[in-house]
Design a protein. Sequence first.
Length: 533
Amino acid sequence: MENTLSLSLLDIVVILLYFVFIFGLSLKVTNRGKFEKSEDYFLAGKNLGWFLIGASIFASNIGSEHLIGLAGSGASSGVVVSQFELLACFILLLLGWFFVPFYLRTSVTTMPEFLELRFSKTARNYLTFVSIVAYVLTKISVTIYAGAVVFEAIGVSFWVGAIIVVVATGIYTIFGGLRAVIYTDAAQMVVMIGGSILVTILGLSHLGGPSELKQTLSPEFLSMWRTMSDPDFPWTGILFGAPILGVWYWCTDQYVVQRVLSARNLTEARRGTLFAGFLKILPLFIFVIPGMICLALSKQGMVDLAKPDYALPTLAAFVLPSGLRGIFIAGLLSALMSSLSSVFNSCSTLITYEVFKRRSPNTPERKLISIGRWSTVGLVVLGVLWIPMIGFISGGIFKYIQSVQAYISPPIAAVFLLGLLWRRINSKGAVAALYSGFVLGIARLVLEINKDSLTEGGTLYWFAHANFLHFAAYLFAFSAILMTVVSLITPEQPISEVFKKKGSKPSIPTPKLDIALSVLLCLIVFFIWWYFS
């Protein structure tokens, strides 16, 4: 890899101080918290405010695959990949205003538990299985792969670096639970944003400013809207397919929702999602545009960009002097560790509650905490054992993670949305949609792997080659229609009382500020869409 980030003694000291700070913070939080009940460990005692919730949502979402993958997509495709980030602003509003009241009213700990309250144990079992598998395929594996790029950039052996970070992240997650994860997420958010802003500003300065960026790159790189025939990001897929992925990820996935479940009340939970929504505007400017800056510098012969996924490390190696490189590496490690700690904690929560507690409902609270910790140990070991498989993941990792999600998320999104919007949807309809959608998603995955052997022009060929965002929209529509038909031709299902009660009013003061901020967030996104049209 060209332009590797050689580190000075000062850089190494900065990185070591970062590790000391993170472990010191997690130790302080762990010692302050008392894990008398399992919810103290898994839901931080349900006493968190909006800042910590929003910062943790952002930090856990912005993993290394964003810092590396979004910059790589920026270098290969331009600003269009930012559509996933901007659409997340709207989906986070949906989470805060629509989903959160239901979740807090039911007092659930996991999303599968919520599905059982609304539908059945079968639906709960399905979501438990799919969630845990998805964490391995689209979170743990991709995050560690992106971490490998970071370590290669500083000349550290992949195995050594990956093991150090995976184990280090596991340690504070095991002992501190969700509270330690969220507090360290908030601190890591500041580090990763600061480091990324620094690289962006210095990169633009070396290039000659935004005007030089526009002149060097083709106009297509500065447009967020592509034609319907675009193989990667057609506008139809962005408007109709990407939001479906967003509903699944932001509104129904344990990985994200566990943060709002830890809120002290509805208002803090909603404001946490609002804060996260505003933070999601940043990736366009501090992750995607740096990738475009690196591409422009390579076109001018100032850097040698080996491949798109190396855009951010290559840019940092070029613009950052000794001393500041340590801050940048600390930002990359922040992204890696915040994502890993979040997936470790969320997955251990599912294992504890959905596997162990369901079999032994009377398990003592302290034993549940112990089970959660040992589950995290197992996930850390799994993460290390998974490392050799990461070599099979090719470039364009952000597109990889999105496309895999497209095969599993539409049925889940349909079940949650229609299940909350229409009482007539019953368990039989939900289960039919979940399992049929899963079969179609797996079929698509298998056919896509073997698409070169398919006859061009046939149905299977179209099925395998359809854009993954279009496929998400088709699969969502199929799942929704099937669920509706099956529900209507089968007996109506009694609805749990918790879904019949009216939601409690938000705490004083009235949420006029929340409404104003929600409108402002929408206007900012619309302006960005217009500017980059």
